[in-house]
Write a protein that binds this ligand. Structure first.
Ligand code: UGA
Length: 428
């Protein structure tokens, strides 16, 4: 099939590479010439395991085309996916301006054959109806099209595997022709295919992300109880998680959820709820606990630090990505800077992105040992694998004080005690 994807972020570029790899011809439209040129040369612009290789392979096979020009891609495409960003506004509402702008551009370039326009971006329930109205207003008279909602459920860090081995593929549309085309394209993707109406598809995505956020906030709430009572949150959740109705996955306490999805989607669902006159206090609590998780960790550093130089390991919002959007590291660094800490950071992928925010205010280290050397204490903010079995005896020698604040519970407290560390983790 010939398809177009508008946007080349985590969702757009990964989907484009995967669909191209299945043998489809894929056009990717962007709006920045420099970025499009870099993509044409095999630079994915982001770090996502396996993505560079998949991009290079499909560029070489001439199945992937990057362009700024809608007229080169849209008229010949059977399916057009919108994968542009929907960042939160000040009031939490999703900013849909990019979705609506690209919808106008798609409309003006539609050919005479049938085209499906499908949103993969996370958009509040009702948005695809608005996209449909824009298309109807701006499309040429001869064009035939239908709108579908096809939300994406991939996670950063495992995006390619998640796309190929999806738990489910959700296709929401009132057009049988659109559903059939989308089913055909998604055929090689594992996972149950769920056919719904537009509104249900849009809400499935928010429900999934709000549920995931709720599980994390619940785990963090229980960690607060554990800290006040001497209970161990990992033991509590391990035991509770054995109940198959509850499960253990996605119930890890720590610094709360960051990233470009869960925080913004909870806020957008709150905003939609308010507009629909629904009591959103439950979701507001989920968001509030997420903030408290970060504050609680910061308080530990401020209360128990042994000097004003701190090493920080991990800046990305989660491992295996260079993404720092809504990363807890930003909150922690900002607040430590306010308290005049000297901060030495290390992250294997996210350093360049953090530099764009903090510039010369903090020191960037080339490895975890360099960050620890001469620091009064160490804080761990992202659970990269390389920290899990690091030489802790060496770290103890490099640090001025054997003091570690671990926001991701990666070490065993008993072992840390045995090694002579003062070790503060979460809910233990
Ligand atoms: C999330 C969802 O997991 C995907 O299914 C969804 O497609 C995606 O948002 C999206 O809407 O595009 P992602 O943001 O990539 O994916 O990352 P997650 O793995 O969900 O992690 C989010 C945050 O929660 C991270 O900061 C992570 O450290 C934190 N987390 C996760 C916890 O604190 N505890 C956990 O048990 C799990």
């Amino acid at each position: 099939m010939i398809i177009t994807i508008i946007g080349h972020g985590y969702v757009g570029l990964v989907s484009a590479c995967v669909f191209a790899d299945f043998g489809n011809e894929v056009y990717v439209i962007g709006h920045n010439k420099e970025k499009i040129n870099r993509l044409k040369n095999g630079d994915p612009l982001i770090y996502e395991p396996g993505l560079k290789e998949l991009l290079e392979k499909n560029l070489k096979a001439r199945r992937l085309h990057f362009t700024l020009d809608y007229s080169k891609a849209i008229p010949q495409s059977e399916i057009v996916f919108i994968t542009v960003g929907t960042p939160p506004k000040e009031n939490g509402e999703a900013d849909l301006s990019a979705v609506f702008e690209v919808s106008r551009n798609i409309a003006k370039n539609l050919g005479s054959h049938f085209t499906v326009i499908s949103c993969k971006s996370t958009v509040p329930v009702g948005t695809n109806k608005k996209v449909e109205l824009i298309l109807e207003k701006h499309a040429p008279k001869k064009s035939q099209f239908a709108v579908a909602s096809c939300p994406e459920f991939l996670r950063e860090g495992t995006a390619i595997a998640d796309t190929i081995n999806a738990d489910r593929v959700v296709i929401g549309s009132s057009s049988k022709k659109a559903i059939d085309l989308l089913l055909k394209l998604h055929e090689p993707i594992n996972g149950k295919k769920i056919i719904t109406d537009l509104a249900s598809a849009e809400l499935i995505k928010y429900t999934a992300n709000a549920m995931l956020a709720t599980k994390i906030s619940f785990a963090n709430l229980i960690s607060f109880y554990c800290e006040k009572t001497g209970a161990d949150v990992e033991m509590v959740l391990d035991a509770v998680g054995l109940d198959r109705r509850i499960g253990r996955v996605f119930m890890y306490p720590g610094l709360g959820y960051g990233g470009s999805c869960l925080p913004k989607d909870v806020l957008a669902l709150i905003d939609t709820g308010k507009k629909l006159n629904i009591d959103v206090s439950f979701l507001e609590s989920v968001d509030k606990i997420n903030q408290q998780a970060k504050e609680n960790f910061l308080k530990k550093i401020l209360n128990y630090h042994q000097g004003k130089t701190i090493a920080i390991w991990g800046l990305a919002f989660k491992p295996n990505t260079d993404d720092i959007r809504f990363a807890p590291s930003i909150f922690i660094i900002e607040n430590l800077l306010k308290q005049n800490f000297q901060i030495k950071v290390y992250d294997q992928e996210a350093t360049e992105n953090i530099k764009k925010i903090f510039g010369g205010k903090i020191t960037y280290c080339k490895d975890p040992y360099q960050a620890a050397e001469g620091s009064d204490q160490l804080a761990i903010l992202t659970e990269w694998n390389e920290f899990k079995q690091i030489d802790l005896k060496k770290i103890k020698k490099l640090l001025k004080n054997p003091l570690i604040f671990d926001g991701r519970n990666i070490y065993d407290p008993k072992l840390m005690k045995k090694l002579g560390f003062k070790y503060y983790s979460v809910g233990r």
